[in-house]
Structure formats: structure tokens, C-alpha cells
Design a protein around this ligand. Structure first.
Ligand code: RUQ
Ligand code: CUA
Length: 639
């Protein structure tokens, strides 16, 4: 509310002719001021994204951090980066990857390549429960719980799969989450074959993960063996397309080398249509064969679960509109999007209206299912929807966003589809993904679009050769798109999700009675240091501004196990626990217990201390780990 009042006052100032940011009032424009932006342009852009100190944003933007392995959270409209959710990469800022629980989740990997986040859905609407993200590099998927914004599960590496880029995409009620392979391989995965024999020896795979409706726990449900084409992206159906999932691919040529040239020969590539309800039924009917512990369906033996449609050359994104009727393929190497009608697809499947087959799988006749090719511009990558009948496509080569009208089209429009192109907005530079809140649900948010640019070419002050990435915030509430802000984006942004602040309700502390850790201690009288053979176990309390106990005795050769509980129940009262010289830092939120294990290899006295500024006596929050040489008697009794 306050924010709007501030805005009104500022607006009144502009309307009365006072240009707040005009150089005349002593405010300086940056030296690199964009030519053509008037003072009133500047003022209205600034106001649209202005969130004054003490005010809060209206939306969360969750953007994947690519090979940083993390998910970043920004607020909209301020575009300020407000949080990092570590997922596939350790993050000392929150102690992620140091305690036993998160170390076990990370397994032997130190990074991941996060591409596509997906918010969980119920009845094709965001339900604000979980955020799923994939790791293309190591074939994994993670679940972030939006109750506490923490990674709670990492599943994988998924068997029989490689380079799971077409992920994560959830079905209407988050029954399943799909992954498809960008890289085909010989199967089983430990078999080596010559890439020269690619078409014969390599296979792709589409995987369905089952998601537990109560806990969100993911497990591998089934897979479909696919020809060795490179699957790229996915979207799921709803309404009339309920039960289907759509996947784009490139390399219909099935080239095993020099893909840059060899995978761009044919004018059309294949989009796969998977009937996931039929596939689930086929698995239940025992039609799958086990491979590496996973039921795998061979679509040649189970007809009906898989069809192909030819789409524009080397497509990238494939997106289902909010009504579920229109499926839009973006053909990277052709200047148009391909718009398909699900009713026509279903009819073509029922009528067996095929145009031959691809590797034995029926190919639907292009003319029978496609409504039109919309000339959106050069290098279309991804399309999002505003729920008002409009689509927005990112153009990598043209560096702009094109807004266009979905069918139904008039006869006149059909004759000349340039007529359905409504607006173009330049972005800087080479946009990849774009996102509208809830675009993949039946009720998108119609206010904001964020363009996530692949190259930033001097958009920021220079920090050397590695140029900071940038994203741009575009107001889509009117007929014409309006860019209002640009922000630094942690590398490397891929897809994102937007959800309204009112639709999430994160907790402030972990309630004490929910802490089920058997090693949690809540009172000084319960703390302990005990020895059993060469294992020293300490149960420690962290509370303003001390650790109890603040002395732990052990000797070289011991394994030290620490169970630390932050017994605070006050919001934002976080404590850290670092041990000098031992590469160890965990961070404990209020009410949280974490376990760390250290093999003690050096004698000496090592301080442990709180790494999170917690009170005026934060510096005093410290203790000693006393390590005697091997064979010596520990100084303190009992350990
Ligand atoms: S991809 S820039 Cu990894 Cu999502 Cu399209
Ligand atoms: Cu606890 Cu600083």
C-alpha cells in the first residue's frame, strides 16, 4: 500500500511538470545515458520498478543459474537479487554441502548445470509447494521446498539417461516430471561404441519421474526408449491436451559428429508427442522391460504412446498455451514459430493421418496438424503466454521479443500471418529464455515479462573480460510492451519461474516441536561430549551468544561428530559454526539441527566460532577444540 502512495506522490510530481530525474534538478544521468530516452521516459521507467527502502516486491523470480549449479531469487519489480538457493553446488553462505545431510544429497558431485525450473501445479495452477530444477550435466533433478526455500532432494544420476536438458516440466497435478536426453549414448551406459555408428548404436531416452503428492519425493517411474536425436525442450498438456507431453529435438539427421553442420541439413526436425497416460497404463500392463532397475517401454512394441510431428528446422522451445489447445514450436533456424492445434493432432492420431514414419514411429502429416507459421523474426527460441490470447517469443538473432496473436485467426490474417504480429521490443543482447508468471498454467499473470539475455555486451560497467549477464523487465499489461528495468543476473540465466508473493507463505523459524532430529538438544543439561572407541560425539547448543559446551577434547585419529542445534525461536536469529583450519562452516537457522563429521588429523587447539553476526556479543560466540597427539590422554575427563 505504502508503495503505491509513494508512487502516487511521485506521479503527481511528474504530472505537475517536475521531472524528478532531469539534469536540471541537480540529478545526473549516467555518463552512458541511452540516446532517445526522454526525461519522462526515465521517470516512468524508474517509478514502475521502484521499490523504496522498507517496501517489498510483488513477485518472486526464481531463475536457474546454469553451470553455477544454483537457483537465484530476485524480487519483481525491483529485480534485486535477494537470495541464493544452493542446489547442486556447495555454498558456504548457508553452510550447504558441509553438513552430513547436504553432503549426502550432493554425492560425489561439486556442481550441476541448472536449466529449467518448474513450480509444482495442482489443477494446472501454481500451488506454491515445490520448485523442481534439473542438472543437465549429471542427469539429476532436485526439489526445493518453498516452505523454507531449501533443497530437500536430489534424485540421480537417472539411469539410462545422458544430458537431461529437456527437464524439469511437470504435469497438471504434478503427477509426473519429465526429462529427455540431449545426448544419446550407447545403452547400457557402460557400453562404448563408435560415434561413427551413431544412428545404429546410440539411443535417447524420455524419463518420467513420479512425484509423491504429499511429500514431493521424486522417484523414477518409467522410461521410453527413443531414437538417437537430441531432445531439447518439453512442455506438458492441459485441458484438451491433458495427458500429453511434447518434446522438441534437433539432429533428425542423426549425425555423430560436427553437429553444427551435420545436424542442420533437413528443413524439418521432429517433435515427439508422448501420451503419458497410455505409457503409464502400458507399464502397469507389464509391457515394459527392465533396464538398470527401470521399466523401459519400446515404442515400436507399444504403439500409441509415441508420435512424431515435423516442426521448423532445429527447433528449441515447445510451449503449450494456457487453454491447452495451441502448441507452439520455435524453430531456431527458421524465422517463424509453428502453431499446432491439439484437436487436429488428436484427430490425426485417431485417423492414422500419417506421413510415413521415423525409425518406425508414425509421423503426423504436417499440413493436418499445423495451423500456421507465424513470421516472428530471426532465431525464435521460446514462447510464453499472457492468458489474453497473446504469445511472446524470444528472438535470439534479432535480439527482441515479438508479441503475436494466437489463433483463432480471421481468413484475412490466415492469408498473411504478418498481420498477427502485434509488437516488437528490442532487448540487449541475444535473448534466450523469457518468462511470464504462470505461462505454463491455465492462468498466467498479465503484468510482467522478464527477458533473460544470453550476452550482455557492455550493459554494465566493465569488470574485465567476463561480462556480467543481464535480464530486462518488461511491462506487458498494455497493448505495447514497455521495458522498465534492467538488472544484473548471476551466471548463467536459463529459464525462470515467477510467482506472486501472496501465493507463497515461507516459515520464519523451524518450530521446536517439528524438529525430529534424535540428536537435537534444547537445554544445557542435555548437551554432552562422549567417547566411544575413536569416535567423539558432541551434542552442542548454539544460542545468543555462546556454544554449549564451548570446549571439546579429542585426539588425533578420532572422528569427531557434532550435532549442533540452534535453539532460537526468533526470526532471523541465525548462527554459524566454523572450525579454524578445518574447512568447515555450517549455518543453522532458528530451530535447526545439523550434523558434521570431521576426521581429526592434526594436534593443536582450534577455535570454533559463530560465522553469522548474531548479537553485540557475536565476536564472543566461540569455543575450543583441543586435539591431543595420537596416543596421548585427552586433557578433559570423559573424552
Ligand atoms: S535452453 S535459451 Cu537450456 Cu532452456 Cu533455451
Ligand atoms: Cu551466533 Cu554470531
Amino acid at each position: 500500500m505504502k508503495r503505491y502512495i509513494t508512487k502516487l506522490i511521485l506521479l503527481a510530481a511528474i504530472c505537475s511538470g517536475v521531472a524528478l530525474f532531469a539534469s536540471g534538478c541537480g540529478q545526473k544521468k549516467p555518463a552512458s545515458a541511452t540516446k532517445g530516452l526522454s526525461d519522462s521516459d526515465r521517470t516512468s521507467m524508474a517509478l514502475a520498478s521502484f521499490v523504496a527502502p522498507g517496501e517489498k516486491d510483488d513477485y518472486y523470480l526464481f531463475y536457474s543459474g546454469g553451470h553455477s549449479g544454483q537457483v537465484f531469487v530476485a524480487g519483481i519489480p525491483s529485480m534485486r537479487h535477494i537470495s541464493t538457493i544452493p542446489v547442486f553446488t556447495p555454498y558456504p553462505g548457508t553452510g550447504y554441502g558441509y553438513d552430513e545431510e547436504t553432503k549426502e544429497m550432493l554425492g560425489k558431485f561439486t556442481w550441476g548445470d541448472v536449466h529449467h525450473p518448474a513450480l509444482s501445479q495442482t489443477d494446472s495452477l501454481q500451488d506454491g509447494r515445490w520448485l523442481f530444477v534439473n542438472d543437465t550435466a549429471n542427469n539429476r533433478v532436485a526439489r526445493i521446498d518453498l516452505r523454507d526455500f531449501k533443497t530437500r532432494q536430489i534424485l540421480g544420476p537417472i539411469p539410462n539417461a545422458s544430458g537431461t536438458h529437456a527437464s524439469s516440466f511437470v504435469t497438471e497435478n504434478t503427477e509426473y516430471l519429465f526429462l529427455a536426453t540431449r545426448f544419446s549414448t550407447p545403452l547400457p551406459r557402460d557400453r562404448a561404441a563408435d560415434p561413427k555408428d551413431y544412428a545404429k548404436e546410440f539411443s535417447g531416452m524420455i524419463t518420467a519421474l513420479k512425484v509423491d503428492p504429499e511429500t514431493g519425493e521424486m522417484s523414477v517411474a518409467w522410461q521410453i526408449l527413443m531414437p538417437p536425436i537430441n531432445f531439447d525442450l518439453c512442455s506438458t498438456g492441459k485441458g484438451p491436451s491433458s495427458g500429453y507431453a511434447f518434446f522438441t529435438s534437433y539432429n533428425t539427421e542423426m549425425a555423430g559428429d560436427l553437429l553444427e553442420v551435420n545436424a542442420s541439413q533437413l528443413d524439418r526436425d521432429m517433435a515427439a508427442i508422448v501420451d503419458w497416460k497410455a505409457a503409464t497404463a502400458a507399464v502397469a500392463d507389464g509391457k515394459a522391460e527392465m533396464m538398470n532397475g527401470v521399466p523401459v517401454l519400446d515404442p515400436l512394441k507399444v504403439p500409441g504412446i509415441l508420435h512424431f510431428i515435423p516442426v521448423g528446422k532445429s527447433p528449441h522451445g515447445i510451449d503449450t498455451d494456457p487453454t491447452g489447445k495451441w502448441i507452439v514450436g520455435s524453430g531456431k533456424l527458421q524465422p517463424s514459430t509453428t502453431v499446432m492445434d491439439i484437436e487436429k493432432i488428436k484427430k490425426a492420431i485417431a485417423d492414422k493421418d500419417f506421413d510415413g514414419d521415423f525409425r518406425g514411429i508414425p509421423v503426423l502429416k504436417y499440413e493436418s496438424v499445423v495451423d500456421g507459421e507465424v513470421p516472428v523474426g530471426l532465431g525464435p527460441l521460446h514462447t510464453q503466454f499472457d492468458g489474453r490470447g497473446n504469445a511472446y517469443t524470444s528472438l535470439f538473432i534479432d535480439s527482441n521479443i515479438t508479441k503475436w496473436k494466437l489463433p483463432p485467426w480471421t481468413d484475412e490474417e490466415k492469408k498473411d500471418l504478418t498481420k498477427v504480429v502485434l509488437d516488437k521490443m528490442p532487448v540487449h543482447f541475444s535473448v534466450g529464455h523469457l518468462v511470464i508468471g504462470g505461462s505454463d498454467t491455465k492462468k498466467p499473470d498479465t503484468k510482467w515479462l522478464v527477458a533473460m539475455n544470453k550476452l550482455s555486451k557492455g550493459r554494465h560497467i566493465s569488470v574485465g573480460p567476463s561480462q556480467p549477464e543481464s535480464s530486462q523487465l518488461i511491462d506487458i499489461s498494455g497493448d505495447k510492451m514497455k521495458m522498465v528495468a534492467e538488472a544484473y543476473t548471476e551466471p548463467e540465466p536459463h529459464f525462470a519461474q515467477i510467482i506472486a508473493v501472496k501465493d507463497l507463505n515461507p516459515i520464519e523459524v523451524y518450530p521446536k516441536d517439528e524438529n525430529k532430529d534424535p540428536n537435537a538438544v534444547w537445554d544445557a543439561s542435555e548437551t554432552s561430549v562422549t567417547r566411544e572407541g575413536n569416535t567423539v560425539t558432541a551434542k552442542v547448543i548454539a544460542v545468543r551468544s555462546r556454544f554449549i559446551p564451548d570446549r571439546i577434547d579429542a585426539k588425533v585419529g578420532d572422528e569427531l561428530i557434532l550435532h549442533i542445534t540452534n535453539i532460537e525461536q526468533t526470526g532471523d536469529m541465525i548462527h554459524g559454526f566454523a572450525i579454524n583450519d578445518h574447512d568447515m562452516n555450517v549455518v543453522l537457522d532458528p530451530g535447526e539441527t545439523k550434523t558434521i563429521k570431521i576426521k581429526l588429523t592434526k594436534s593443536g587447539v582450534y577455535s570454533f566460532y559463530c560465522t553469522n553476526f548474531c548479537s553485540a556479543l557475536h565476536q564472543e560466540m566461540q569455543g575450543y577444540l583441543v586435539v591431543q597427539p595420537e596416543g596421548a590422554q585427552p586433557l578433559a575427563k570423559g573424552n
